[in-house]
Design a protein around this ligand. Sequence first.
Ligand SMILES: O=P(O)(O)OC[C@H]1O[C@H](OP(=O)(O)OP(=O)(O)O)[C@H](O)[C@@H]1O
Length: 632
Amino acid sequence: MSDAIKHECGIALLRLKKPLEFYKEKYGSAFYGVQKMYLLMEKQHNRGQDGAGFASIKFDVEPGERYISRVRSNKAQPIQDIFAQINDRINEELALHPEYNDDVQLQKDNIPYIGELFLGHVRYGTFGKNSIESVHPFLRQNNWMHRNLIVAGNFNMTNVTELFNSLVELGQHPKEMADTVTVMEKIGHFLDDEVTDLYQECKNNGLSKREASPVIAEKLNLVRVLKRASRGWDGGYAMAGLLGHGDSFVLRDPAGIRPTYFYEDDEVVVVASERPVIQTVFNVSFEKIQELKPGNALIIKKNGTVSEEEINTPTIKKACSFERIYFSRGSDAEIYQERKELGKLILPAVLEAIENDTDNTVFSYIPNTAETSFYGMIEAANDFLNQRKNKFILDNRKTLTKEKLEEILSVKIRTEKIAIKDAKLRTFITDDANRDDLVAHVYDVTYGVIQPSDNLVIIDDSIVRGTTLKKSILRMMDRLNPKRIVVVSSAPQIRYPDCYGIDMSTLEGFIAFQAAIELLKERKMTNIIDDVYKKCKAQENLKDAEVINFVKEIYNPFTDTEISNKIAQMLHPEDIKAEVKIIFQTVDDLHIACPKNLGDWYFTGDYPTAGGNRVVNKAFINFYEGKNARSY
Ligand SMILES: O=P(O)(O)OC[C@H]1O[C@H](OP(=O)(O)OP(=O)(O)O)[C@H](O)[C@@H]1O
């Protein structure tokens, strides 16, 4: 849908708090950290399948010895690829030097990737530039240990141009405008400043350069660095960084848009984008894992002290609800219940669409994410059926025979596995160039379970562009000859671009937007399109905080149902025989189901940062002027 690198990704940071000998003694290997990193990243492959990167730092090495290692891959199965490279290298060293085998110090001195501090990243890149240079972690190298900076983030800034210009104003000459580089240079600039100030202080106190180094490491104030660096950031982010001497941090945006979870005990500190990842990899319970508060940073000093510090004043929390609907794994205890609830809450609309005829309806789902909401929908359907049975039994209790009772109780909600997904890939996060082809071939269908008199209800987690339906699902379902196909989206209609890390950047990509425009044309209301354009144009040069989202006016004349019906019509391939209905979740019910993640800008147009309104404004101008360009 877009043409630049995005970072809707997963991060993993691990700090080993004990000497490496401890892990060798307790867990049998000083490579414990590397092994845990593999699991932390593999368990987040749902967050990115186009690239993966890993960096490690060894503490307290002698000058002249390497202490930072990094490996990145953009190959197919990038996580496996980087760990194959790491393991090959380790095994090679061990084979060449059998004396390393039981000697942790020799291992640490001579083998790369072994260390005390690790950072991992999985990413999905979109159209075009899935080059190795865009794979995190990024490195800013320096001969001063404290000034080495490694960053990886799950983020998107809406104001990269502005941030870039501020670097230029600081006298810098950045080599590119990519947002990761810009953000890293921002942190790097204030890190340099901090190190210089501390060195000056040491010098004034009569310390030599060499004596100053450990003092700088101890005193380095990451809170100050992060406060100064992130002052102008407008976006959603979970930004993780390592400094060469061993400090590390993870900073979350003030609205808590992007997720960050952490866990600490006396052996490790670990941070990941998803909670169950930490639960599984370190075998810890739900309650022991904390969510990093919006606007805060987790600071892990080299000396092992860990603190959560406020960096930016939190705004109203608007954690991304799309994480709950689709992006995160459904194994999180809360997300699992939330997805089920989404399925339950939409059942009344489904019953209406099938005229309560559950006997002649087969319920199913589009794999994989929607499976959980399907369970919720079926629980609610069973409740509905039980009520019907109860009523019949009570109404007829005087005349009911054993046979009739058995007949009534034998009626069930019919569920089948209709759509089968052949590849274990997520099509949504596959780059644009390959997506259409993948969508068209990834699904298969089960024959022989649908009767021509049946309704087929099929739930998906979201309908964004409608490609999955149009290019694949509807035609396949129609081959089964149902009377009617009811497609259910557990998410509301996606109407506005995301600019905080989920790659949905152009308005015309959304089937809901296309439907609204179609309706305006049909009803001879295209003046609204022109008016919105004029209003958008007029505020092009306003400050972000002054910009209003006028694109809402495109949708205002229509009810949700009118737009849903139009979508059904537009996605209906001509050669399909069945009647097609499409039902979307309401925003109110979404909030009931996912009460902690109220970020809903892609559904409502209510952006949690000022930059969001600028982005939607720009997206509409691009649409109107026919420019296939990004809006941020
Ligand atoms: O309307 P569209 O633009 O086609 O996008 C929506 C589809 O993309 C996702 O599937 P994906 O294959 O990424 O993942 P899943 O197997 O986890 O459901 C999602 O589950 C929808 O099926």
